[in-house]
Ligand binder design. Sequence first.
Ligand code: SF4
Ligand code: SF4
Length: 465
Amino acid sequence: MSHIDLLDAPDFRRKLDQCIHCGLCLSACPTYAVNQLEMDSPRGRIALMRGAADGRIGLAGAFQEHIDLCLGCRACETACPSGVQYGLLLETAKAALAEEQTSARRGGAEVQRVAEELRGVSPVFSAQPPRFRASAPKRNGMAELVQRFGLRELMPSRARLRWLARGLWLYQRLGLTAIARRVLPQLPPALTTMEGMAPPIRLDYPDYSRPAPAYGQRRGKVAFFTGCVQDAFLAGVNRATVRVLQRNGYEVHFPASQTCCNAAALHSGDTAFARDLARQNIDAFAGGDFVAIINNAGGCGASLKGYGHLLADDPAYAARAQAFVTKVKDISEFLFDHLHNPPTGRVQARVTYMDSCHLRHGQKVSKQPRALLRSIPGLELVELSQPDMCCGSAGIYNLLQPEMANTVLDRKLADVRATHAGIIVTANTGCYMQMVYGVKRAGLNATVMHVVEVLERAYANTVSE
Ligand code: SF4
Ligand code: SF4
């Protein structure tokens, strides 16, 4: 499908028309908070999409800049009183950009005209130049090749990602980190971010070759979606997830042919490949009579729950996708209803919880992780002043747009610092790694953990008491 077909589709236009230009989403948008520029707000981006759909602006240049600078955090969806499905609009815009790489560069002047039109509806319109421009177009040459290799060859392969993790483990064990930190300030900020994001690698991966048995009274069996980066680089989170499920009476299965959820493919506009991955996962988790399909990463979960929409026009998979989605649960969402054996061990710590955007805004799961944390004896939960504001991770956004990502991160770190928390709890792979980097960047005396790691620590303390 050409970019014109994508943008001119009646469903896309109907979704655009849901925006009533009220501007209530602006204060929720991290990029608007930084740049104070209408075109870097949800309303401005929707206006750009409408301009592109009407053929008034091209996709190259300014359109791409403002779309690429969007974090995809979907905070605007939660704030919107009109039910605008911004995440789906953005997916289509990204897909159109991927399709149309050589559009005539008539964007800049036309975008200004759309901006002028917005003066009438936007009291906060600013003609100031943005503080940060999106990085130069990445959809060409070597960057395109690397991105494509990463999305198509690396992320769907557990074996390849684990080899990468082993390389990182060796790098950390040889103490090359200290040397690299002396060199990295001279290199592009994306490399500094990448190096800083790496958590201490552990290679004792959970055994996925056979089901993990339930402990105590058996309540049923669940399937576990292991994730790609999550599995290779944060094995401890997956291990804790399995243990907590076992402790609550669930037998945990690991369907062997599962693959990457497709979030990264969707975010880069590779819709065809995203559909292939979705079909593969639906096949992998078919049958088995599972109570639920559990995942522990907000970004993956939002993508898995999006399969129904993604495959709605696929006659062979539409119904199966809907059935699959009804079973997908974030681990906090599932445990909130199925914590049959609450932990009794203490975790004596001051803790803050930062929402994963795709868990809170994409899946509407926010009270469950907090309730689980509050159930742990000794734990003091301190709320951030803006717990729902993005941390700047957003998949690989922090590598593609490091300046904006770091500015958004620094706001989050200031918020974290004010809580004096010793543990920063997250519920998503990207947020976890971003905060590992953030703790180093801000020199915080804090540990980063996933909700299930804190729960597992409480269970472990029960055993040792
Ligand atoms: S997804 Fe996030 S960054 Fe993008 S427009 Fe919405 S609130 Fe702003
Ligand atoms: S809150 Fe919703 S309807 Fe209002 S401007 Fe933002 S996207 Fe449009």
